[in-house]
Design a binder for this molecule. Structure first.
Ligand SMILES: [Zn+2]
Length: 250
């Protein structure tokens, strides 16, 4: 469905009004922090002013540094209860991560982030559809996040099922959104089956590239934000064996 420009503006005006109202409440609440003196402070929840000073590249480097701490089992100690109370009235996250559903990827921990730091959208196979795109647009255009990372991973079961063309209930139309990655241009000379780990890895990476392209192609808002330097859109590849995230080239 195509919305008229005025309808789109009205929608975003309404969302912005809600966001601003909640932010004002957050400022008021921030004057009277409800923290127990017996609890360690830890890093504070990000504020609107801190978010406004971020650059997309700085956010990316911060996430990659957090991932190095995750790999080294050196996560930052956080007082989650205090952060929950601190963040309840408003949020100013730095990034949006579009991750696969896989339970072995605890996204906040993977980047050493806590309450209020990042938006996380999840769907098996980390593809985009209209609802995911709307969520990404909200995260960046309305709520001010500076980075989108599509986070796929090694040995992705959804990708393997797409290669096998599994047909089962609502999984069938879900896998149909991953299968175009099999047709994406890109040299691969080996056996093209889910039994070949190298082919699975190849398609996992192709699927990430496809999602990044789809975001730019299907969201004018996000494409323009990237073009004017407001955000960066990147692909990340999580290694289930090491916990390390590497960036996917275009
Ligand atoms: Zn997966």
């Amino acid at each position: 469905m195509n919305r008229s420009p005025s309808a789109s503006c009205h929608l975003f005006s309404c969302v912005m009004a809600i966001l601003v109202a909640s932010s004002l409440t957050a400022v008021t609440a921030g004057e009277q922090p409800a923290q127990s003196p017996s609890q360690p402070a830890g890093p504070s929840v990000i504020t609107r002013e801190q978010q406004a000073d971020l650059t997309p590249d700085a956010v990316l480097q911060e996430l990659l540094e957090g991932n190095r701490r995750f790999v080294q089992d050196d996560l930052t100690t956080r007082n989650h209860s205090a952060r929950v109370r601190e963040a309840y009235a408003g949020q100013f996250p730095k990034a949006v991560i579009l991750s696969c559903l896989d339970s072995r990827i605890p996204v906040e921990d993977v980047f050493d982030r806590g309450v209020g730091d990042i938006f996380v959208a999840r769907v098996a196979g980390n593809f985009v559809n209209e609802d995911i795109l709307g969520s990404l647009e909200f995260g960046c255009h309305v709520a001010g996040a500076r980075l989108i990372m599509v986070l796929g991973h090694t040995h992705c079961g959804a990708v393997q099922a797409a290669i096998d063309d599994v047909r089962l209930g609502n999984i069938t139309p879900m896998l149909a959104k991953i299968r175009p990655a099999l047709e994406r241009p890109g040299a691969f000379s080996g056996e093209k089956t889910a039994a070949n780990p190298e082919y699975v890895a190849h398609i996992c990476r192709q699927n990430i590239r496809m999602a990044v392209d789809d975001i730019r192609r299907r969201s004018t808002i996000l494409k323009e934000m990237e073009q004017d330097g407001s955000i960066t859109i990147v692909g990340g590849y999580y290694d289930l064996k090491s916990g390390a995230v590497s960036l996917i080239d275009d």
